[in-house]
Design a protein around this ligand. Structure first.
Ligand code: G3P
Length: 217
């Protein structure tokens, strides 16, 4: 399963990419708004750091506007994946941009029927939001299970990008279900590394080694 950072923050991205575990980045208007500055140059820098798929979202709400913005975003860097919201206009824009050979991420997906339609118009990624479903007492991971089944039935090539990930259990369940990608805030990725038993074990190994060296001297 590929791992993306859900962030527009260069420091977070620069800290995690050198570890070799990051396959791409997702941004959205809320994340980029937090950073301030010129969003196009931020996106360019992100692409240069990660050298992998970097989702950048349109803010137009009509299909023509989305297509125009999508072309502008795609021109920033070869790694840009144009993100469009799941609306009728978004679906129309996805079809048009995909037909031009641009990669499109259909976002704000909350139901299996939306995911089915996104695949039918050639989405490169589909982004179901698991955390925001959990927030309203609906199983986010249940939605992923349904999309995995549907895409398998018809061999759709659209990749399932699990979004709105809040904790490690989302990641474990996504991986067990065979989702293609999880995009996670940097703090959630940091959490994947931690286990107290690893720290205790390492401390003990090093102490035992030091003791043995002291005896030799
Ligand atoms: O990029 C979209 C997404 O991952 C949003 O997550 O935590 O704001 O629901 P969240």
């Amino acid at each position: 399963m590929k791992l993306f950072i859900d962030s527009g923050n260069l420091k977070e991205i620069e800290a995690l990419v050198p570890l070799g575990i990051i396959d791409g980045i997702t941004t959205n208007p809320s994340l980029l708004a937090k950073e301030g500055g010129d969003y196009k140059s931020i996106l360019k820098k992100i692409c240069q750091i990660v050298k992998g798929p970097t989702s950048a979202e349109v803010v137009a709400t009509d299909a023509d506007g989305m297509i125009r913005e999508g072309r502008e975003l795609a021109a920033i860097d070869e790694h840009i994946v144009v993100k469009v919201p799941f609306t009728k206009d978004g679906v129309k824009a996805c079809k048009a941009l995909s037909s031009e050979g641009k990669k499109v991420n259909v976002t704000l997906v909350f139901s299996p029927t939306q995911a089915l339609l996104a695949a039918k118009v050639g989405a490169y990624f589909v982004s179901p939001f698991v955390g925001r479903l959990d927030d309203i007492a609906t199983s986010g991971m249940g939605l992923i299970r349904e999309i995995v089944d549907i895409y398998e039935n018809y061999q759709f090539s659209t990749q399932i990008l699990v979004a709105s990930v809040r904790h490690s259990i989302h990641i474990v369940e996504a991986a067990r279900m065979g989702a293609d990608i999880c995009t996670c805030p940097a703090a959630v990725i940091e959490g994947m590394f931690r286990h107290p038993r690893t720290d205790i074990g390492l401390e003990r190994f090093l102490k035992d080694w030091e003791k043995a060296q002291a005896v030799k001297v």
